[in-house]
Design a protein around this ligand. Structure first.
Ligand SMILES: N[C@@H](CCC(=O)N[C@@H](CS)C(=O)NCC(=O)O)C(=O)O
Length: 201
C-alpha cells in the first residue's frame, strides 16, 4: 500500500497512525496538497491528501473512507472504531468533532496563507478558530482524569483523531496546555506510543 500525503496533515497522519496500529505494511509518498498539487491529483482528482493506493491499483480518498476500508480488512470486531451500537456512535461522534475541528483550523490557516494581507477577513478567521477550540474544549471536558484513553477504556479512533486535532491546534497557536489541559495530557501520553511517535512530522 502507498499512502500519499505528509504527516503534517492531520488527516494523513490519522491514516498513518492507524496503519501502524494495525501493523499493516505501507510506504508513504510525502506530498503536500498545495505544494505538489499536480502529483496529488494523479491519486485524488480533488487534489487533497490523504489518498491510499492499494496493491491492486485501486485508489481510496478521504481519511474516513480510507479508515473504513482499513477497519474492514483488519476486522471490525477489533478495529479502532467499534463495529456497532452505542460504542460505535460514541467513537464516531468524537472523530467527527475532531475532524471538523481540523477542517475549521485549516480554513483559518488557508485564509491567512492564501489571501493577500489586504484581503484577509479576520472575523472569519476568528470564527473558524472559535469553532475549532469549542470542539476541542468539549472533548477536553469528556476526558476522565485517570483514564489513559478517551473512551471505552481502550485505544480507539477517538484518541487518534483527538491527538491529531490537538497537534494541529497547537501548530496554529492555540495554547492547549492552558485551554484544554486534559486533552494536552492525553496527547503527551499517546505520543509515547510508537504509532504516534514514529509519525511525528
Ligand atoms: N475530509 C478530508 C480532508 C482532507 C484535506 O482537507 N486535506 C488537506 C491537507 S490537511 C488538503 O489536501 N488540502 C488541500 C486543499 O484542500 O486544496 C479527509 O478526511 O481526508
Amino acid at each position: 500500500m502507498l499512502l500519499i500525503g505528509v504527516n503534517r496533515s492531520p488527516f494523513t497522519r490519522r491514516v498513518a497512525i492507524t496503519l501502524k496500529i494495525y501493523d499493516m505494511p505501507f510506504e508513504q509518498r510525502p506530498l503536500s496538497g498545495f505544494g505538489n498539487r499536480d502529483d496529488v491529483r494523479a491519486s485524488n482528482p480533488l487534489g487533497r491528501i490523504p489518498a491510499l493506493m492499494l496493491d491492486d491499483g485501486e485508489s481510496l480518498v478521504d481519511s474516513n473512507a480510507i479508515i473504513d476500508h482499513l477497519d474492514e480488512v483488519y476486522g471490525r470486531h477489533r478495529a479502532l472504531t467499534p463495529a456497532s451500537g452505542r460504542d460505535r456512535r460514541a467513537v464516531q461522534k468524537v472523530a467527527a468533532l475532531m475532524m471538523g475541528a481540523c477542517e475549521k483550523g485549516l480554513q483559518a490557516a488557508y485564509e491567512r496563507n492564501h489571501h493577500p494581507p489586504e484581503k484577509l477577513h479576520q472575523p472569519w478567521i476568528d470564527d473558524c478558530m472559535a469553532q475549532m477550540t469549542n470542539a476541542l474544549s468539549t472533548i477536553d471536558a469528556m476526558i476522565e482524569q485517570d483514564s489513559p484513553y478517551l473512551l471505552l477504556g481502550r485505544l480507539t479512533q477517538a484518541d487518534v483523531t483527538a491527538f491529531v486535532a490537538e497537534r494541529l491546534a497547537r501548530g496554529l497557536g492555540v495554547d492547549t496546555a492552558a485551554r484544554m489541559p486534559r486533552l494536552r495530557e492525553l496527547a503527551m501520553r499517546l505520543v509515547e506510543e510508537d504509532a504516534f511517535r514514529s509519525t511525528e512530522p
